[in-house]
Design a binder for this molecule. Sequence first.
Ligand code: M6R
Length: 365
Amino acid sequence: ELGGYPHYMLKEIFDQPEAIRNAMRGRLDLEEATAKLGGLNMNPHQLLRIQRIVIVGCGTARHAGIVGEYLIESLAHLPVEVDYASEFRYRNAPLDGETVVFAVSQSGETADTLAAVREAKRKGMRVLGICNQVGSTIARETEGGVYMHAGPEIGVAATKSFTSQVLVFLLLAVLLGRLRYLSARQGKKLIEAIEKLPDQVTSVLSRHKEIRAIAEKYADAEAMLFLGRQFQYGIALEGALKMKEITYIRAEGHPAAELKHGVIALVDERIPSIFLCPQDGVYDKNVSNIAEVKARRGPVIAIASEGDDRIGKLADDVFLIPQCSELLAPILTVVPLQLLAYYTALSLGRDIDKPRNLAKSVTVE
Ligand code: M6R
């Protein structure tokens, strides 16, 4: 079952090229320059009437929702709000008939997410699911949705379900975008780029030893900061969650600009900062933040893009991802962070597939 891998988590990290290939299979329409998501059970007319999207989920699923928020807003210009399922269910959030709620859950059995689904349905909302487990409770109780097709995920730390969820949001953003502002030319360009993702993930994975060396160098860190902006903000949160879940190192994820609003007080030579700074619209802003951290003697690990000749002079350690659109970069930058958490946990001798105090599926409130 483990296929020669020492842990499910590592196997599932390496499953990702296949998992995202499965998530996009049959859903890309190059001719029409759009995505096809028949399981939503909504015709183009109904999709066009959506005025607002609310995404609910817990843990990693919520982080994928945050990346989805930026994707949908930028491609479809629709207002999106992401909430913890546990908060949404007790909040009296004003919703109207033009709002669609997406519940994101790998297992489809998370109690808080299920309760949020039921609350939104009670309010008369159309609720759709983004689930991995076929026939799970959330998949059954929603009016439609999109299956991730990531295959079974056994490791408590979610990995391939995250990249599959982000891919599903990308497809959804293309679909909603093409009904609104996205031209056929832009749609086609995006689809061609999406098709390249599995090979790009494979190329990131082939360089796992570079991440292992970085992980071993910083394994005794007292705490870690994960910083990213825009499309990388959700990845900063996800990187920190992976690190704390399986290594028990205190790890915090923040938008990079929040540093000067408080977070930078933590920085010293024992606390590395992991910056997500691929080539994108906020690259220069990230570079200034890196300089601020270096000025306080904080070690910096940068996840940047191939061809970046500035970052090596600033950061202590650099891992380069293949060049791609900023919209697709989250799927590539999260992989080194999963590996960083994995190899850090390995050098600390942690129980990687079954970290303390955690369960794979949280079916109680
Ligand atoms: O099955 P779900 O996607 O609903 O699970 C949600 C969270 O419990 C889950 O993502 C959790 O945060 C993981 N352990 C993260 O690695």
